[in-house]
Ligand binder design. Structure first.
Ligand code: G3H
Ligand code: 13P
Ligand code: ZN
Length: 313
């Protein structure tokens, strides 16, 4: 199937427009019916383009058929929705997503040597572009330790001096860069750490026509950490990127921003609070609905107060 058969949008076009008009498109990760619906409802309410991001492990969790069945049945797909493979680690993984009907894929070769990264990125672009599917690649390494998508503990910033060559050689449509963000809920030792805007500025100057992507951008709202801890959880010293820093990055050429942890926190805090306060409930639909609503709120807040993408469709 081709992504247009599902009414999905071309990711490159969404990002090019965002870059031109000075906002960013959010990429929200999902992994089941409730999380998909939460994102689509937020997109509908805010009239914002959104990228539905599916990691390799989320795809494995849902299974190809269930995922594409949900996409085929989604209600708001006319509203500029793209379906994106997040952190594909091989050509085969990217090809599988393209063949299923994804509108874009990320090939994450950040753990490979530069030459291997270029070689496979280019191969993915050649295959994807035959179907008008967009490609995101990564240069530099995000630091992080929570999920298997992050291979590095220390991280290496993207070298602005090699981005132009990398883009030319790989024919990538967008580029994920490492400027100090990282995956997961424990991305900051304290609230004052800053992204490397000096590196971002140089990268943007060297590849002005390439939309840039910020991974690991969750803000880790302390209200969710507090709720989780209050109702039986145990999450200490979890801090994220401040909304002000993300807004600044967007004003400096970031056109796509990835959020997963913030949505997981919203979902989990609602489940914990609901079950704690409703001790006799055992129907999963009750607490899953509460969790979906809280996740929708977070997506709306992100779109309206950080991305600036509301009313852009
Ligand atoms: O960057 C990765 C996302 O947070 C997805 O993580 O592989 O646990 O779905 P996951
Ligand atoms: P967070 O863990 O900061 O939400 O990052 C998600 C991400 O980058 C998905 O690709
Ligand atoms: Zn990521």
């Amino acid at each position: 199937m081709h992504y247009s058969d599902f009414g999905l949008s071309n990711t490159k076009r969404l990002l090019t427009r965002a870059l031109h008009d000075g906002y960013a498109v959010p990429a929200f990760n999902f992994y089941n019916m409730e999380t998909l619906d939460a994102i689509l409802t937020a997109a509908q309410i805010t009239q914002s383009p959104v990228i539905l991001a599916v990691s390799e492990s989320a795809l494995e969790y849902m299974g190809d058929d269930i995922l594409m069945g949900m996409i085929a049945g989604a209600k708001y797909k006319k509203n500029q929705i793209a379906l994106h493979l997040d952190h594909g680690h091989s050509f085969e993984s990217c090809k599988n997503a393209i063949d299923l009907g994804f509108s874009s894929v990320m090939f994450d070769g950040s753990a490979l040597s530069l030459s291997e990264n270029i070689k496979i990125s280019r191969r993915v672009s050649e295959y994807a572009h035959k179907f008008d599917v967009s490609v995101e690649t990564e240069l530099g390494t995000l630091a992080g330790f929570e999920d298997k998508n992050t291979k590095s503990k220390s991280g290496a910033f993207t070298d602005p001096n090699i981005v132009r060559d990398f883009v030319n050689q790989t024919k990538t449509d967008s580029l994920a860069i490492a400027i100090g963000s990282s995956h997961g809920a424990y991305k900051r030792k304290n609230k004052n750490e800053s992204l490397r805007f000096d590196i971002l500025e140089q990268i943007a100057k060297n590849i002005p026509n390439t939309p840039l992507v910020l991974h690991g951008a969750s803000t880790i709202p302390q209200k969710y950490i507090n709720t989780i801890n209050k109702f039986g959880g145990d999450m200490k010293n979890a801090y994220g990127i401040s909304p002000a820093q993300i807004r600044k990055a967007i004003s400096m050429h970031i056109a796509k921003v990835n959020f997963d942890s913030d949505l997981r926190l919203a979902f989990t805090s609602a489940v914990r609070e609901y079950l704690f306060k409703n001790k006799s409930v055992f129907n999963p639909r009750d607490y899953l609905s509460a969790a979906e609503k809280e996740m929708t709120k977070t997506c709306i807040d992100t779109i309206q107060n950080i991305m600036g993408s509301g009313y852009k469709i």
